[in-house]
Design a binder for this molecule. Structure first.
Ligand SMILES: Cc1cc2nc3c(=O)[nH]c(=O)nc-3n(C[C@H](O)[C@H](O)[C@H](O)COP(=O)(O)OP(=O)(O)OC[C@H]3O[C@@H](n4cnc5c(N)ncnc54)[C@H](O)[C@@H]3O)c2cc1C
Length: 303
């Protein structure tokens, strides 16, 4: 109730005040902010994936602008020698307005990353986007077999079968490359698991399928029981270090993050930045008011 209330009134707070809550999770507004944070993380032996904030655009002219911003970002980050790749959300390129236009924009971005031998992670958005984002991944992987990957959400009941179906484009030479996470959107109970235990059980089931079958996995979670479960699966299948990594969000559970790195696993942190941070933070909170308590907690302690 309290979380819902906070999430509801936050959009009406002055931006400066909301920034106090949000700055722990967002690098800042500019590319320079993203570079600074990425270099700090790189210095701690952590890779990054950089995301320009924004999603669900209303006008295709915004898609063009967003593409140009990503192309510039990639050139800048490569010049700065940052150890990282890029994440993007297809709805920022008009997925829900014109699928073909969004495909062409994202294709250009993947081609740019590929020209540097780098990689684009296509974030997974809410369930009306799932089929379209899988199709997008299939098309892009056909042209750029090592430079693009997709995200799957363990809370969706369809996920294991999606992963099984996608084995038709997996090979030892060009393994499918995924990020596996719980999922952040509020989805109906007909299509999504709702209970913590159920989601965790399916996360580990999906992860086992991926590791057993040689897919590359970014294990994206801050949840200790899942991390412990992942360690066991890595050991059980003797998974080599170049077939998986752990991933966390910028500013979340840095102590747990450190403990994973100390065990010798690869860690990548998701670094969001951009002018859209205010809308992004407040929308996220409205979608998932539970996040309000995390943000409030962040005010009082770190770790
Ligand atoms: C790198 C990365 C990329 C992601 N990409 C996507 C995506 O493309 N699509 C998508 O739907 N979702 C994405 N997510 C979000 C994900 O789906 C979950 O909503 C989020 O990670 C929280 O789930 P959890 O596994 O950490 O477990 P939870 O059970 O939610 O959290 C476990 C514990 O982690 C801590 N924690 C979690 N979140 C926070 C926070 N914000 N602040 C402080 N503490 C916190 C708390 O201690 C909590 O008890 C991504 C997450 C990560 C880490």
């Amino acid at each position: 109730m309290f979380n819902k209330m906070i999430a509801g009134i936050l959009p009406y707070f002055p931006k400066k005040l909301v920034w106090i809550f949000s700055k722990r999770y967002i690098a800042g507004e500019t590319i320079e902010d993203a570079i600074r944070v990425s270099k700090e993380l790189n210095a701690q032996g952590i890779k990054v994936t950089i995301d320009i904030l924004g999603e669900f655009i209303k006008d295709l002219s915004e898609a063009e602008r967003n593409k140009v911003e990503y192309l510039e970002l990639i050139d800048t980050i490569q010049k700065e020698n940052i150890d990282g790749n890029y994440s993007l959300k297809p709805t920022s390129f008009g997925l829900l307005i014109d699928k073909e236009v969004s495909y062409n924009h994202i294709r250009e971005i993947v081609a740019k990353a590929a020209s540097y031998g780098n990689f684009i992670r296509v974030d997974m958005e809410d369930s009306p986007c799932t089929d379209m984002e899988i199709e997008l991944f299939r098309r892009l992987k056909a042209e750029f077999p090592d430079n693009v990957g997709l995200v799957f959400q363990a809370y969706l009941k369809r996920t294991l079968s999606d992963l099984q179906n996608l084995m038709d484009i997996h090979s030892d030479e060009h393994p499918n490359n995924y990020r596996l996470c719980k999922g952040i959107y509020v989805e109906p109970a007909e299509i999504a698991y709702k209970k913590y235990e159920e989601i965790n059980q399916h996360f580990l089931e999906d992860l086992e399928f991926l590791l057993k079958n040689g897919n590359y996995v970014g294990i994206a979670t801050h949840d200790k029981p899942i991390i412990e479960g992942a360690y066991k699966l890595i050991e059980k299948y003797n998974v080599p270090k170049d077939k998986y990594e752990f991933q966390m969000l910028y500013g979340v559970t840095p102590e747990l993050r450190k403990s994973i790195i100390e065990k010798g696993h690869t860690m990548r942190v998701y670094v969001p930045f951009g002018k859209e941070w205010f809308g992004y933070s407040t929308r996220r909170l409205k979608e998932n008011p539970k996040m309000a308590s995390h943000i409030i907690k962040a005010l009082f302690y770190r770790g």
